[in-house]
Design a protein around this ligand. Structure first.
Ligand SMILES: *Cc1c(COP(=O)(O)O)cnc(C)c1O
Ligand SMILES: [Zn+2]
Length: 401
């Protein structure tokens, strides 16, 4: 019996349960309002998990295949996951480590989800994969479909940055420009996938994207010698990554490999802080006010996070916190991280380090991991426009270090 046949799906909104082969990738009752968790037989898998992981020859995300819903699966060939974990030079009593997921094939952690999406589409015999995205998710899907016989269609809002579109187009996929912003592109992609039977990788409709992304938590655990950090800092836009990091650690606990989960710290930009407000107000994931975004960190600029149910659960169930950081703090953190570790993060990713600084991770007697979700090469324009590299602000930074 394969592991996938043991996996079930549970809707976090209506609690309905399904077998994975009974439904697609969203709850048939709740559709866009719901969120499915893939659940495995943790006791059975946990017994052989470590041996199975250690017997996998390469250090990439497929080491953790026992807890991934792939069946036969021709896996995409690009080396995905298996990113380095560095310890930053000490600046206090705190131990701060950096998980450098900018080192993925298309330059972001989203490659983990897209690699799985391509494998799942193949398992289902689907010929076309699609996504709505303004940037990294689309680049990741286009990258994973490259060189295969899958057709890839990207729905991009006309407001998407030209630089990010250039990377997407370089992989040779079809780009459909949709008048408006992300919401309009998302709706167009949703309709096209429904009508044509295409595989939709968009965050918020495809509950499996959590599964690919959670592998980053397994890697951190393995790289720390099968032990846990105290705290993990994760940038939050739609909330998929933060939910996935939590789920990965929680699965280690459910398998009996640990007895706790680290405190998950979700970091948002001040100008895009829906989750922070929902958490502070304490009225659940759906009640906070939807406000227009204002931040230069485009990857975490989201008015209404699509994975808000999972994101809130991650913080509440791990007794973590949501934090907010200003754009100035983000760009200062971006440069400090580059100068301390050689890791060049895009602004959305540098927000996680800004959050760790705001929290005082360097000064606390704890071990913290900062997840760097995307490469600074993705948004050089944003760094230039920020003014952070001007001689005056560089001098400030040198003083601060
Ligand atoms: C997508 C993305 C995020 C935010 O992830 P969500 O799942 O939308 O919360 C953060 N950083 C980078 C680099 C991203 O591409
Ligand atoms: Zn449901």
């Amino acid at each position: 019996m394969s592991h996938a046949s043991q996996a079930t799906m549970r809707c976090l909104r209506c609690e309905a349960r399904f077998f994975t082969d009974q439904i697609g990738y969203s709850c048939p009752h709740c559709d866009l309002d719901g969120a499915l968790d893939v659940e495995y037989d943790y006791r059975a898998i946990g017994r052989g998990f470590k041996d199975e992981v250690l017997s996998h020859p390469g250090f990439d995300m497929w080491r953790y295949r026992a807890l991934l819903p792939v069946r036969g699966a021709q896996l995409p060939p690009a080396h995905t996951g298996g990113s380095p974990l560095y310890r930053l030079p000490a600046r206090g009593i705190g131990r701060v480590l950096v998980k450098d997921d900018s080192r993925n094939p298309s330059g972001s952690l989203k490659d983990r989800a897209s690699a799985l999406a391509v494998a799942l589409a193949r398992d289902m015999g689907v010929r076309t994969v699609a996504a709505a995205s303004t940037g990294n998710a689309a680049a990741a899907l286009a990258c994973m479909a490259a060189g295969s016989d899958l057709r890839c269609v990207i729905f991009a809002p006309t407001s998407a940055a030209r630089e990010k579109l250039a990377q997407i187009r370089a992989y040779g996929v079809e780009v459909i420009e949709v008048e408006g912003g992300y919401d309009e592109a998302f709706a167009a992609c949703h309709a096209a996938c429904r009508d044509n039977g295409w595989y939709n990788r968009s965050t918020g409709i495809n509950s499996y994207m959590t599964e690919g992304k959670k592998t980053v938590a397994f890697e951190i655990f393995e790289q720390m010698g099968w032990t846990l950090p105290d705290r993990v800092f994760v940038p939050v836009g739609n909330g998929c990554i933060v939910g996935a990091v939590y789920k990965g650690f929680d699965e280690l606990r459910r398998m009996g490999l640990t007895d706790r989960v680290p405190h998950i710290m979700g970091v948002q930009a001040e100008g895009s802080d829906y989750m922070y407000r929902a958490w502070r107000e304490g009225a659940g994931p759906h009640r906070a006010e939807r406000r227009p975004c204002k931040t230069a960190a485009s990857s975490i600029s989201v008015a209404l996070p699509r994975d808000r149910i999972k994101a809130l659960r991650a913080i509440e169930d791990s007794q973590g916190e949501f934090l907010r950081v200003s754009d100035d703090e983000i760009f200062t953190a971006l440069l400090e991280l580059a100068r301390l570790s050689g890791v060049f993060a895009e602004p959305g990713a540098a927000a996680a380090y800004a959050g760790a600084k705001r929290y005082g991770a360097h000064e606390r007697d704890e071990t913290a991991v900062v997840v760097v979700t995307g490469s600074g090469l993705k948004d050089v324009g944003g760094l230039l426009r920020s003014g952070a590299l001007s001689p005056a602000s560089a001098a400030d930074l040198a003083g601060a270090c």
